[in-house]
Design a protein around this ligand. Sequence first.
Ligand code: NA7
Length: 554
Amino acid sequence: MTETATRPTPDTTVSEADVVVVGAGFSGLYLLHRLRGQGFRVVVFEAGDGVGGTWYWNRYPGARVDVKSMEYSFSFDGELQQEWEWTEKYPPQEELLRYVNHVADRFDLRKDIRLETRVTEAVWDDEDARWMVRTDRGDQVSAAHVIMATGCLSTSKVPEVPGLETYTGRWYHTGHWPKEGVDFTGQRVGVVGTGSSGVQSIPLIAEQAAHLTVFQRTPNFVIPAHNHPIDPEHQRSVKAAYDEHRQAARESGFGIAVPVATKAALEASEEERTALYERAWHDPDNSLVTFLTGFTDMITDREANDTAAQYVRDRIAEIVHDPEVARMLQPTDHPFGTKRPCLGTNYYETFNRPNVRLVDVRRDPIAEITTKGLRTGTEEFEFDALVFATGFDAMTGSLTAVDIRGRDGRSLREVWAAGPRTYLGIQVAGFPNMWTITGPGSPSVLSNMMVSIEQHVEWVSDAIAALRDEGLATMEPDQDAQDGWTRHVDEVGHMTLYPSANSWYMGDNVPGKPRVFMPYIGGVGPYRQKCDEVVSNGYEGFVRRPMRVAAGMS
Ligand code: NA7
């Protein structure tokens, strides 16, 4: 096949590939590079008009990664990680997008990526043991394998309140921000949502807008990011020992190398606890997980957790001048970390500005979007612009957005109607040769995504290469293995405090979505070990078949 970066005319003939990859974010790019190196013909489809996935779409003011750049980057190529110079502890979206584009150029990836092309359908043919993949531009590609590298936070959600189509101002979702940017100068702006995207954008929008109203349903725990330029000496010293740093991250709980706690918060004295929380709050080198990993019982014991939660609530009360606003900003309805904790810069301070108002829409929900703004049960608001920082149909949304039909025409949407079921978050029984990168049932969103992406890309591409090398045609989970793993993911999840919160980890933000704890909290290191053991035991728990059996001819 000859692919170009963008294709003005649709190609309706059926073309052939060994592997179709859906998505050209970090996962899709690395898959293309690795599978190519293994001798496969690969075609990548990408809905955007550029590569980058998350970092292509999330261009809202203040968008930046909240895992340190030196850790949130590819480790698979020694020269790449040595030559790229990061500028900040947490680089902004523009820098991450530059990095992604550098990777695409450095490994000559663009020629196999079809941009502005959305995969709409993938149908398995058991006779031929192949997938037929179709796109919104009329492409039809027959491929032995389909890999969903669609990202966990890609299908954005606006609130299910009536009236948006009647609104006459401009509205934006943080996850699909206009490329040209937005100038809020002099405007009355409403922001709905106080997750990471709201927390990052609210302080910057407040600086620009004439007036900002923030609609908060759930207050979040926001830790100071202490973002700063990277000290060149620090960068050099990390790079000098990069292999050890990367290995430590691979073996860690969250894919972020931090010291392993040995003591429970409830065994520690109040002074010890406070000392640790003070460090986690004030240390310029802190990280997203410093609070969560400081004590052994932080995510399993409510009382232990509450010692950290109370520490943060106290800081909010110190920062925010108006006691009533401070009280509204203090999270009390969920344990620390059970909703994605946020890193912020001037977040709580922003609520001291005279042009910022906080509205509690848990108490007084948004009833409708009006022509001029929005209306809660008790009050009407007028805005020149509305910003929805309202998140995503996480983890499963971009998988079920594609009409995927496995053996006997069974649709993934139906098979997952009661919640996602996978083996290792990598494959689904009844969907041979379909693979998910950082899928539900793997550490995924509870980890440094780069570490988990690399692990999955390597595991999946090696599994596909092993099939070929052994003369086999198809691979899918054994039903019992999948049931056992799904049970295990659920049991481990329920040993923690995570299920006690209403969160997108549980599907709570999407009305009607089954309430299932989707990521695997067993830890990045132990999970990797499990995946490696599966391979050394001959792909234990998977069914691998030669062509004639796959095609039903035996
Ligand atoms: P999140 O974390 O899902 O945050 C979405 C926010 O929007 C959250 O505060 C929601 O409140 C709020 N929301 C959603 N729907 C509504 C309605 N109908 N009314 C009021 N408020 C609403 O998405 P982000 O984009 O901020 O972050 C996603 C991830 O990206 C983040 O976790 C990091 O991993 C990076 P709720 O909490 O549901 O009550």
